[in-house]
Design a protein around this ligand. Sequence first.
Ligand code: ADP
Ligand code: TMP
Length: 235
Amino acid sequence: MTKGELLYEGKAKMVYETDDPNKLLVYFKDDATAGNGEKKGTIQDKGIINNKISTFFFKLLKTHGIESHFIEQVSDREMLVKMLKMLSLEVVVRNVAAGGLARRLALEEGTILKIPVIEYTYKNDDLGDPMLNRYHIMALDIARVHELDEIEHIAFTVNTVLKNFLRAKNVDLIDFKLEFGRDERDKIVLADEISPDNCRFWDMTTKEKLDKDRFRLDMGGVEEAYKELLTRLIA
Ligand code: ADP
Ligand code: TMP
């Protein structure tokens, strides 16, 4: 596999063509942003850790029958993936109130939700990723009803698998964001990454944050938290 042209540079990753038109090389950067790019910084070795953690989770999900775009980890910072036509959608699953939900509904952070909640946002930086419901998504032709059903099924299954796995590592899965795309046969496939950048992980006993909230909230100990999560996963 040879690395081709840079197709896209995002806030956290760079996406390259390869010699196979159906495969992309994703390069994980140390760049970190928060608040739709208003806060910018770097988290040392984040790219290496997130590539490892995402690889770990995509492999774990595969053992539970959940397919993703993941093909293989090819270097410290690079992952080979299936090229997909991405949906302009962010799919958030929440088990516990935190962040945006806690603010929006004036819930105390840490309030356990009676059932897991799914939320959608329009992946559009210019509009600040506004919230959407299923009707908006269908009205804007972002996805069709059977695709939304499939997305919800995958998102809730990911939640169950990760929550159960993490519980054994004394980590609580608070919430997370997923992205999906369509493959060459228009099948919905899980994509992007699953890492402390797009999930909230709390130590079950101390409630210590092991994710990007430490960067968002200027709490310090960011690199240490990412490393701690990786260490627990592979222990
Ligand atoms: P952002 O675009 O939000 O700044 P990143 O820096 O993480 O995000 O850039 C990675 C980009 O690659 C994202 O836009 C994401 O939607 C896209 N992407 C993720 N997986 C795939 C895939 N399998 N095929 C095509 N694009 C993908
Ligand atoms: P929120 O509470 O800020 O809405 O975030 C919910 C989850 O989604 C949290 O785990 C962080 C993740 N997330 C992203 O990955 N990208 C984003 O742009 C936002 C707003 C949240």
